[in-house]
Ligand binder design. Structure first.
Ligand SMILES: Nc1ncnc2c1ncn2[C@@H]1O[C@H](COP(=O)(O)OP(=O)(O)OP(=O)(O)O)[C@@H](O)[C@H]1O
Length: 293
């Protein structure tokens, strides 16, 4: 189990992470989402033990990552840039990782590289973005580390490679019970694979169990006969996601049924429930937040 407890981190005196607390079970996939500059990379690097928190702790199976650096051999962090790997071939990277990670599975590495038809002896700088993404993912799983932290693993890759990357991820989590945390801006891919969403709100993280489709939210499409009821639309638990003429799309949090009834009492022409998407929650939670950087 990965436990992040009351983690606080400043950069250049500015608080980036404040009192961040959540825990993730083994064999789960968590999606880390938030606005640009929110602090996702900082959190991943702190979880990986690369950055020290000012306060709080990160524990992997009840052992502190920062006080017991040997735990890091069971955790792997893959940055959003593959640039540090560019001067190496895949085989050289395997050699390097084998020295760092005692459980590195060379056979498994070779099998997966062959399965995806990736070259062993070509410098990574000559790989396409998709090949780079797949190679670093294969490398990370080959460490046989139990906790894998991935910063934007599907950035800049096409839909087919993305599907391969995500299938590989799900396959690995199901087979070897690893815990994976993925930072991404691609919310739709998390809907398919994540068990938990960690949503950056300001300098804290809100945990949303499931992929956003369950939970205390209702999405409604309402077409009003005449004037839209301003008092209802400005209720604190109602957010207007969009409005086209008299057609309103609303997201309601908490007291959903009671609030839906209030809308029904207005006798709208149409009142229809729609599936709640992660993007709806993202906009609902973060729509008012300033773009950080
Ligand atoms: N080395 C650094 N020096 C100064 N400021 C930094 C440094 N690293 C991060 N920051 C600042 O910390 C904040 C969080 O950055 P971080 O990279 O963690 O965000 P992010 O959520 O990963 O962003 P993005 O989604 O755009 O990749 C930003 O305001 C960033 O400018």
């Amino acid at each position: 189990m990965l436990e992040v407890k009351q983690v606080t981190k400043k950069i250049d005196g500015r608080p980036i992470l404040q009192n961040i607390t959540f825990s993730l079970d083994s064999g789960s996939i968590a999606g880390l989402v938030g606005r640009n500059g929110a602090g996702k990379t900082t959190l991943l690097r702190t979880m990986a033990g690369i950055l020290d928190p000012e306060q709080g702790s990160i524990q992997w199976n009840s052992v502190s990552v920062h006080s017991h650096p040997e735990v890091k051999r069971d955790m792997v962090y893959i940055a959003d840039s593959t640039e540090p790997f560019h001067g190496y071939t895949a085989m050289e990277l395997a050699d390097l990782y084998q020295q760092i990670y005692p459980k590195f599975d060379r056979m498994y590495f070779m099998d997966l590289m062959e399965r995806f038809k990736l070259p062993f002896h070509k410098k990574i700088r000559h790989f396409s973005k998709g090949m780079k993404a797949l190679t670093v993912l294969i490398l990370s799983f080959s460490t046989r580390a139990s906790c894998i932290l991935l910063d934007e693993p599907t950035n800049g890759i096409d839909a087919i490679v993305k599907k391969q990357v995500l299938s590989l991820l799900v396959e690995e989590v199901a087979e070897s019970g690893v815990t994976v945390v993925i930072s991404t801006h691609h919310l739709e891919e998390l809907e398919r694979i994540a068990d938990t969403i960690l949503l950056f709100k300001g300098t804290t993280v809100e945990t949303i169990e499931g992929n956003g489709s369950s939970g205390p939210y209702v999405k409604l499409q309402v077409v009003f006969r005449e004037q839209a009821p301003a008092a209802l639309l400005s209720l604190p638990n109602v957010r207007v996601s969009s409005q086209v003429g008299r057609v309103y799309t609303l997201l309601i949090e908490d007291q959903q049924e009671e609030t839906v009834r209030l809308f029904e009492q207005e006798s709208p022409l149409v009142l229809e429930r729609l599936p709640v998407r992660l993007e709806d929650l993202f906009t609902y939670k973060l729509g008012d937040e300033h773009h950080v950087e």
